[in-house]
Design a protein around this ligand. Structure first.
Ligand SMILES: CC(C)(COP(=O)(O)OP(=O)(O)OC[C@H]1O[C@@H](n2cnc3c(N)ncnc32)[C@H](O)[C@@H]1OP(=O)(O)O)[C@@H](O)C(=O)NCCC(=O)NCCS
Length: 154
């Protein structure tokens, strides 16, 4: 997934296709996030073929402005609605397992139209707040309040 420049543009630190060595460290970070926080990205698997198509789920490293639902789909599978389908399932799980969580957020580059389309489909709106990412720069905070979200998707 990350060997495609269209995906790396928004998911790799620095926006360039990362080396296998860098991705190995990224995988270790993702597994470490599960170990430290008790939650992290889920693998998204296409039911019909059993193929891995992406990763979607909760993400909150140190310094994050809230509990995020993030998404990334291999470019060969874009446009099939997999990111929104998986994000809705993941956010249900996040709210169930975090009863005190009042909102879910997603950090999105203002130029990333595909990701903004996903955010809209899953009931998030642009909050007007910004998060200054140390590498990616200013990102928009999209968000959905717990109660409203659960009424629509729960
Ligand atoms: C954002 C992303 C996860 C969307 O995944 P998806 O499973 O394709 O989601 P959808 O099928 O709902 O498509 C979302 C939008 O992508 C665009 N899109 C869909 N297929 C596309 C294609 N083949 N080529 C270019 N854009 C496409 C459309 O604008 C679509 O919105 P629409 O359905 O309102 O027309 C995917 O594009 C991706 O992995 N992008 C790179 C990583 C990234 O940006 N992650 C999010 C960081 S905040």
């Amino acid at each position: 997934m990350m060997s495609d420049a269209r995906v790396a543009r928004y998911l790799a630190l620095g926006g360039k296709v990362p080396s296998r060595e860098t991705m190995w460290r990224t995988f270790a970070t993702m597994l470490g996030h599960w170990a430290i926080r008790g939650y992290g990205f889920f693998a998204v698997v296409e039911k019909a073929s059993g193929k891995w198509v992406g990763r979607v789920g909760p993400w909150m490293p140190e310094g994050w402005p809230g509990l995020e639902c993030g998404w990334g789909v291999d470019a060969t599978h874009w446009g099939k609605g997999y990111a929104p389908e998986a994000a809705i399932a993941a956010i249900k799980w996040i709210f169930q397992t975090n009863p005190a969580l009042t909102r879910i957020i997603s950090l999105i580059d203002p130029a990333n139209e595909n990701s903004q389309a996903v955010a809209r489909k899953i009931g998030e709106t642009r909050s007007g707040e910004k998060f200054q990412h140390e590498v990616a720069g200013a990102l928009d905070i999209w968000a959905a309040p717990r109660d409203e979200w659960l009424k629509r998707f729960g």
